[in-house]
Ligand binder design. Structure first.
Ligand code: FES
Length: 121
């Protein structure tokens, strides 16, 4: 299932929204995100730097750490228990920290903006 999501043909007419990743140095990446994929997959498939995703989206590495902009935290929702456990190991944990692999893209996330940490460890 994971691999199939990475092989979607972007020329087909899948429903999508725009999301924005902002690197630590301020570099912006506004990219297309498909409804139903997760935010980590969106970053990887669009070659956004700074998302390592070492575990492939299994909530087991915390190398897809992002910071949700305040206006989006209620729409993105709360961290799960497993996600919380993984983020406890981060040197840069903040109240708006999330793991991108745990955020499902939906129509409500049109315009979602997240910051990337300086490093993923
Ligand atoms: S990709 Fe490993 S925790 Fe998100």
């Amino acid at each position: 299932m994971f691999l199939l999501r990475f092989t979607k043909n972007k020329n087909l007419n899948y429903p999508m929204v725009k999301v924005v990743f902002i690197e630590h140095d301020g570099n912006n990446h506004e990219v297309d995100a498909y409804i139903g994929e997760n935010l980590m997959e969106t970053a990887i498939s669009n070659n956004v730097p700074g998302i390592d995703a070492d575990c492939g989206g299994n909530c087991a590495c915390a190398t897809c750490h992002v910071f949700i902009h305040p206006e989006w935290t209620s729409k993105v929702g709360e961290r799960g228990e497993m996600e919380n456990s993984m983020l406890e190991f981060s040197d840069d944990l903040k109240p708006n920290s999330r793991l991108a692999c745990q955020i499902q893209i939906s129509e409500e996330l049109e315009g979602l903006t997240v910051d990337l940490p300086e490093a993923q460890y």
